[in-house]
Design a protein around this ligand. Sequence first.
Ligand SMILES: [Zn+2]
Length: 265
Amino acid sequence: MTEAQNPLTPSSVSMTTPTTSNLPTPKRALAIGAHPDDVDFSCGATLAKWAADECQVSVLVCTDGSKGTWDPDADTQQLIAQRQDEQRAAAKALGATGEVAFLGWPDGELESATKQRSQVAYWIRKLKPDVVIGHDPWKQYRLHPDHRHAGWLTVDGVVAARDPKFFPEHGLPHHRPDSLLLFEAESPDHFEEVDGFLEPKLAALMSHRSQFETTMKTDGTPDGDGALQGAALAEFRSRMQEKLEVAGRANGIVQAEVFKLIDDL
Ligand SMILES: [Zn+2]
């Protein structure tokens, strides 16, 4: 049976969503990540592009990042403090001028329950972003539970922030963002052109010095100042550049970050 003959797939109905690109630069954007470094990896170039165009970029991190080490003897409180400092430095490297906030839930144990949803909705109401960016909770076979839960908190937090009967104890006006962008998307249908913004993204990622060994999988030895150097830095740079270029080529441009766009909020 051809598609035209099948009554379930009328030929006049498109089964795929057209891809969109380049949202107008928001006045305010809020990126929500499970751990320090997630937003820099997933949408750092987009945030840097908007920041360069006078968008007030803020970052909300759901967990304390306290399991981000392969050293069982690492001092947990010291690691938490270091990772917060690293996230603040990373936001600065992107040119972000908004808040860098931490919910502080234990790494690996994030839940997407009412309490956490209230916290995310609070920050959305407080910061009033036009665009919210976060993990796609519908991504199949996602391994890390914090990424799943942070995705749900982002989506559900937008709904709660939008409707005035949710969490009146915030004492803040409800707020409806214009757009929600989901990174690591199961079905990406939107790209942001990011030519020229690899450098601030790299600079942000280089701020997460505690993560060179674990997340960034670089085997180079940091120099005395803790910065990545030499071949390890070159390898990491080319890996990040390749990622932007693969996404760019798929969309007929040079470099891109891709998302699922939800703008019916
Ligand atoms: Zn993460």
